[in-house]
Design a protein around this ligand. Structure first.
Ligand code: GRF
Length: 198
């Protein structure tokens, strides 16, 4: 029985190392395609990565995301089934959540519900974890809802926070976890929830 193909759009605001990992992971996958990389930052390095990887990329402004149908139109025109937020710093508007119920996945570089919420991104998170004296940190991959870092958790992986760790050394440990697990969690999610018979 022919399996349908699933088209994924990645939203990213920054460097895009996760986006690149995901693209590479699905390069040879028959039924899953990374169709688009979108950013709210014209100068985000993720756009350079998209160009080198041969993935169509587009940018949009915060206003377009929140006050127009442009982003939704782009996703519809490209038959996108699933949205992955990989270092995307804007809140997803309700209108987009309604178009993609349980079909928007985010990765957060800490063990939610700890160290999440508005302003908790990038090094802010790792600094807070180190300062708190926590002995472990990790990643949380979760469905997105109308609150920051709040939707149901799909997966978590942990790493030890050692006495000598700095925000930078912790960031590297987290980055390694992201590279190891994010693409696989997406693949499992798609195979479980989206890939079915035509
Ligand atoms: C990652 O730490 C991810 O957990 C968080 O934003 C960062 C994105 O890094 N959501 P990159 O742009 O993928 O390199």
């Amino acid at each position: 029985m022919k399996m349908k193909s699933v088209k994924i759009a990645i939203f990213a605001s920054g460097s895009g190392s996760n986006a690149q990992n995901i693209v590479n992971h699905f390069n040879s996958h028959n039924n899953i395609e990374i169709s688009l990389i979108l950013s709210n930052k014209n100068d985000a390095f993720v756009l350079e990565r998209a160009k080198r990887l041969g993935i169509k990329s587009l940018t949009f402004t915060r206003e377009e995301l929140n006050s127009t149908s442009r982003v939704e139109d782009i996703l519809k025109e490209n038959s996108i089934d699933l949205i992955i937020l990989a270092g995307f710093l804007l809140k997803i508007p309700v209108s987009l959540l309604e178009k993609y119920p349980s079909r928007i996945i985010n990765i957060h570089p800490a063990l939610l519900p700890l160290f999440g919420g508005k302003g908790m991104y990038g090094m802010n998170v790792h600094k807070a974890v180190i300062e708190s004296g926590q002995k472990e940190s990790g990643i949380t991959i979760h469905l997105v809802d109308e609150h920051y870092d709040h939707g149901s958790t799909l997966f978590q992986a942990k790493c030890v926070v050692e006495d000598g760790d700095t925000p930078d050394s912790l960031a590297q440990k987290i980055h390694n976890l992201e590279g190891e697990y994010f693409p696989k969690v997406i693949e499992t999610f798609v195979e479980t929830n989206l890939l079915g018979e035509e």
